[in-house]
Design a protein around this ligand. Structure first.
Ligand SMILES: CC(C)(COP(=O)(O)OP(=O)(O)OC[C@H]1O[C@@H](n2cnc3c(N)ncnc32)[C@H](O)[C@@H]1OP(=O)(O)O)[C@@H](O)C(=O)NCCC(=O)NCCS
Length: 207
C-alpha cells in the first residue's frame, strides 16, 4: 500500500518506466491529481516518452471535465452543457490521461464530410508537453477512419498559443467571425485543415 508522497513518486516513476500504466493505488492521496501531474511534468524535458493514453470519454467523465473547465477555462462549460453535448449523436469527446489522470480533452462534432472542434483544453501542469498536438492528431485519425475530409474550429484572435498549436498541425485561416465571443465582443478566427493532409504531413498511422 502507498502511504507517502515518496512512495507515490516511486510508483509513478516505476509505472512510467516499466509499464507506462498507473500504479495500483486507489484512491490516490489528497491533491494527488496535482502531484501526479507535477511528477509527469517533471519528465517533460527528459528522454522518456510522455505520450498520454487517449480514449473516448463518456458521461462518467463529466465531473472531471467540469472541474478542469471551472479551473482553467475563461468561459467554462457547465455540467449541463457537457450532458447536452454527450447526448448529440454526432458528438465525440476524447480524453488524454497520464498516470491515470485526465489531463486534456477535445470535443468535436461531425457534420457529413466536415468536423468542428468545439472545445480543447490541456491542464496547465502539463502544457507544452505535446498533449494538445496528440489530441488533434487522434481527432484526425478518428475522422479519417470515417472518411471525414475537413476539420475546422474557431479560436479567439487573442489566443496566440492555441493559434500556434493549430498552425503547427497544418490549420490555416479561412475567415473571421466579428464579435463571436459575446462576453468581450472578441473576434474569432475560423481555421481549417484537410484531414488527409494532416495525416500525411504528420506521418500518422491509421488502420
Ligand atoms: C492551447 C492548448 C490546448 C495547447 O495545449 P498543449 O498541450 O500545451 O500544446 P502542445 O504542447 O501540443 O503544443 C504544440 C505547439 O503549440 C505551440 N504552443 C503551445 N503552447 C504555447 C505557448 N504557451 N506559447 C507559444 N507557443 C505555444 C507551440 O508551437 C507548440 O509546439 P512546441 O512546444 O514544439 O514549440 C493549451 O494551452 C490550453 O489548454 N489552453 C487553454 C484552452 C485553450 O486555449 N483552448 C483552445 C481553444 S480554441
Amino acid at each position: 500500500m502507498l502511504r507517502t508522497q515518496e512512495d507515490l513518486t516511486f510508483a509513478l516513476l516505476a509505472s512510467f518506466l516499466v509499464k507506462k500504466t498507473p500504479p495500483s493505488t486507489s484512491p490516490l492521496p489528497v491533491s494527488s491529481r496535482c502531484y501526479t501531474l507535477f511528477v509527469a511534468a517533471s519528465f517533460k524535458e527528459s528522454e522518456f516518452n510522455l505520450t498520454p493514453v487517449v480514449c473516448r470519454l463518456g458521461t462518467a467523465a463529466i465531473p472531471q471535465l467540469t472541474q478542469i473547465e471551472q479551473a482553467h477555462q475563461p468561459v467554462p462549460w457547465s455540467e449541463k452543457l457537457f450532458l447536452d453535448e454527450f447526448a448529440q449523436s454526432n458528438s465525440l469527446t476524447y480524453g488524454a490521461r497520464m498516470a491515470g489522470e485526465l489531463c486534456g480533452y477535445v470535443v468535436f462534432r461531425i457534420f457529413q464530410d466536415e468536423a468542428h472542434i468545439l472545445n480543447l483544453c490541456v491542464v496547465p501542469e502539463v502544457r507544452r508537453c505535446g498533449i494538445g498536438t496528440v489530441l488533434i492528431e487522434e481527432t484526425c485519425r478518428a475522422l479519417h477512419r470515417v472518411a471525414v475530409k475537413w476539420c475546422s474550429l474557431e479560436v479567439r484572435v487573442s489566443n496566440l498559443r492555441a493559434q500556434k498549436l493549430y498552425e503547427k498541425c497544418g490549420f490555416h485561416e479561412v475567415g473571421r467571425r466579428r464579435g463571436y465571443y459575446q462576453e468581450n465582443n472578441e473576434d474569432a478566427l475560423i481555421l481549417k485543415v484537410s484531414v488527409q493532409d494532416l495525416i500525411d504531413e504528420r506521418g500518422i498511422e491509421y488502420v
